[in-house]
Design a binder for this molecule. Structure first.
Ligand code: SAM
Length: 291
């Protein structure tokens, strides 16, 4: 039997999380990332890019359902959706559960992550590739946002953390371009990490969002792989309307959509923030005001 290897992800100065690889399924250096796929007894298949966990087959539904369904259910007519990043296609699977979605464009920088995930994460992403509404473009999401002529009702930023190719997806310049390609009543939701461990990154990214959008907030999701307490997903829109949709309306829109994490009641509860995150949000907004 081959020796078991430990994969450690350094999360922040002084903290690392380790996964035991019962099996190393794949190791590769793509044009953009170092890619590892391992099998772990608790998390199932674990995909790491540059040593950072991106997705696991056991808990992907938690993150993907909340990043997709909260903005989609909050929107009266989410016909055209854009995903930036999201190479494993777990988010696309959730978006395409909505019959109200007429087109889904995904812009991913690394073709290898996409091809690879198509082969190795069929359990959750297989339906995506047979769906005629789904279109992929291999490009830098920041460059796409700067050039796109098409406008969207919902934009979801499913990025790596703000380092390497993902760094461009956390800037005010990028958010300015997202606002330009959002239709009226459009909503943007973003991956904003774990504020207990990534306080500086959280304040900087939400501050950049708040410097561009009139309405900025965040909501919570708990994902076991993203160690360190609450994970935050950022929210940006031009009005507060979609933040105040009633539970009854959410229930009507959610009818027939199968979920394991998302519920209309939890949708509304996810915006109730612990005090320390409220304070960080206020700090980010204030920083945006004072520049
Ligand atoms: N849930 C994940 C997390 O936070 O750990 C993110 C998962 S998803 C696999 C992240 C994707 O963003 C990767 O496939 C990566 O290639 C893509 N990505 C990073 N920078 C990008 C950019 N500038 N434009 C488009 N895609 C990008």
């Amino acid at each position: 039997m081959s020796e078991r290897k430990i994969f450690s992800e350094t999360l922040h100065d002084g903290v690392a999380i380790s996964f035991q690889a019962d099996e190393i399924l794949h190791e590769e250096k793509t044009g953009h990332h170092r890619l590892d796929l391992i099998r772990n007894s608790i998390f199932g298949k674990v995909l790491l890019l540059d040593g950072a966990v991106q997705v696991t087959s056991a808990d992907e539904f938690m993150y993907h359902e909340m990043l997709a369904h909260v903005p989609l259910m909050a929107h009266a007519n989410p016909a055209d959706v854009l995903i930036i990043g999201g190479g494993d296609c777990g988010l696309a699977e959730e978006v395409l559960k909505h019959s109200r979605v007429k087109s889904l464009t995904q812009v991913e920088i690394d073709a290898s992550v996409l091809d690879f995930s198509r082969r190795h994460f069929k359990d959750f992403n297989a339906p995506v590739f047979d769906d005629p509404r789904f279109q992929v473009e291999i490009a830098d999401g920041a460059a796409f946002a700067a050039q796109s002529e098409k406008r969207f009702d919902i934009i979801l930023v499913d990025s790596t953390d703000p380092a390497g190719p993902g760094a461009a997806l956390f800037t005010a310049e990028f958010y300015t371009n997202l606002r330009r390609i959002l239709k009226d009543d459009g909503i943007t939701a973003t991956q904003n990490g774990v504020p207990f461990l990534q306080e500086r990154e959280f304040v900087a990214a939400i501050g950049a969002l708040a410097s561009v959008f009139p309405v900025t907030s965040c909501y919570l999701v708990s994902v076991p792989t993203y160690f360190g307490g609450h994970m935050t997903l950022g929210w940006a829109s031009d009005s507060e309307k979609a933040l105040n949709v009633s539970e009854d309306t959410l229930r009507e829109r959610a009818a027939g959509i199968e979920t394991r994490y998302y519920t209309p009641a939890h949708h509304r509860a996810a915006f109730a923030l612990p005090r320390f995150i409220e304070d960080l949000l206020a700090k980010a907004r204030k920083g945006a005001e004072t520049g």
